[in-house]
Design a protein around this ligand. Structure first.
Ligand code: PHE
Length: 360
């Protein structure tokens, strides 16, 4: 017969104890009878339902009815029972789940030959993670992502970016050329792109202005590897072209992006520079996020910023009108549009970030 909460007449410790025992053994019996989902639900509701469950009856029949001087002892006992009931109900649920799984396995309802849920192994590479995070900052500003080939022609890597043949600025790029192409015209010769800037041209050939794009990708240079050089590294390029884009837009955008990425206390500084495809050109520095810009770490000099308090992050500038001449046919009339571009390495800034170093 199903258990019902008895009314108490005797509130002595011994009487409470035996009433609690009666309840517990009934609970044990009933929990053993549970085999399926619907039985479990009925069992759980019978004991725990807010309105008429056994626990709420305990409150009414035992606690509320108790004389004043027994209330405390009864309250403690009721609480103890409550915890016990919750525990048994949780165990019954667990057991029921296991039974159900076992029976569905036995009946063939679960096909154990299907592939399991794959868990990611290891962690994302810090350079790719940096790249993804920087791209995300610009995506929030409405930029979309573009890409292009790593094996590039001389035309896209140099000529259309306003590096004329034999221009000394080509020397700064330490280019790795594909061998055996002397017979081809210069502009068709293949090389490993030395920067992501060729994708500026490729994208402007395909998309009319206005555009706002970021271009993450790998680049190669003939640099022997050391602590700060690698023959292969990652860049993130940016390009915004519209009417009336100014250097103020460039500064505001990049300053905002650095604060998003490094934290709002970081400062930026722009210093004049030269790139054939931007005019004017600048290098942007951020205040050193290791030493906070002081150039010192306690008694020691700050090495990441070479004690200057500033770290060079990227090259940038206003798109040179000569570059627009190469993509005039898709609407980039240098008299009508203006834009800015920037390019940064994805390796260095993050590696220098303290939290990233800790993750390594
Ligand atoms: N492409 C340049 C480099 O690799 C960086 C740059 C990109 C500079 C865009 C200005 C504008 O050094």
């Amino acid at each position: 017969m199903a258990y019902t909460v008895p009314k108490l007449t005797d509130y002595s410790a011994a009487a409470l104890e035996s009433a609690a025992d009666g309840l517990k053994s009934a609970l044990r019996e009933e929990s053993r009878a549970v085999t399926d989902e619907s039985q479990f639900k009925a069992f759980r509701d019978r004991w725990m339902a807010r309105k008429s469950g056994v626990l709420s009856q305990l409150n009414d029949e035992w606690l509320k009815a108790a004389p004043k001087d027994s209330k405390r002892a009864v309250g403690q006992r009721v609480n103890e029972i409550k915890v016990h009931v919750e525990d048994v109900v949780a165990k019954a649920e667990h057991l029921r789940h296991e039974l159900a799984t076992a029976s569905s396995l036995a009946s063939g309802a679960v096909d154990i030959t299907l592939p399991g849920i794959r868990r990611a192994i290891g962690a994302e590479h810090p350079v790719l993670r940096t790249s993804r995070e920087i791209v995300a900052v610009f995506q929030k500003l409405g930029y979309s992502v573009a890409d292009g080939p790593v094996i590039e022609t001389d035309y896209y890597n140099f000529e259309a970016l306003n590096f004329p043949p034999n221009h000394p600025a080509r020397d700064t790029q330490d280019t790795l050329f594909i061998a055996g192409q002397q017979a081809k015209p210069l502009r068709e010769r293949l090389l490993l792109r030395t920067h992501t800037s060729p994708v500026q041209i490729r994208t402007m050939e395909k998309m009319r202005p206005p555009i706002r794009i970021v271009i993450p990708g790998t680049v190669h240079r003939n640099d022997p590897p050391d602590a700060s050089h690698s023959p292969m590294f990652h860049q993130i390029e940016g390009l915004a072209v519209d009417t009336n884009i100014t250097f103020g837009d460039l500064k505001g955008t990049l300053d905002h992006a650095m604060k998003e990425f490094f934290g709002s206390s970081v400062k930026t500084s722009f210093r004049p520079s030269f790139f054939p495809f931007t005019e004017p050109s600048a290098e942007m520095f951020v205040s050193c996020f290791i030493c906070g810009g002081s150039g010192r770490r306690g008694a020691n000099p700050c090495r990441p910023c070479k004690q200057t308090g500033w770290i060079e992050i990227l090259g940038c500038g206003m798109v040179d009108p000569n570059v627009f001449e190469f993509v005039k046919d898709t609407g980039y009339d240098p008299k009508k549009v203006s834009g800015f571009a920037f390019g940064m390495g994805a390796g260095e800034p993050r590696l220098a970030r303290v939290d990233a170093v800790a993750q390594f």
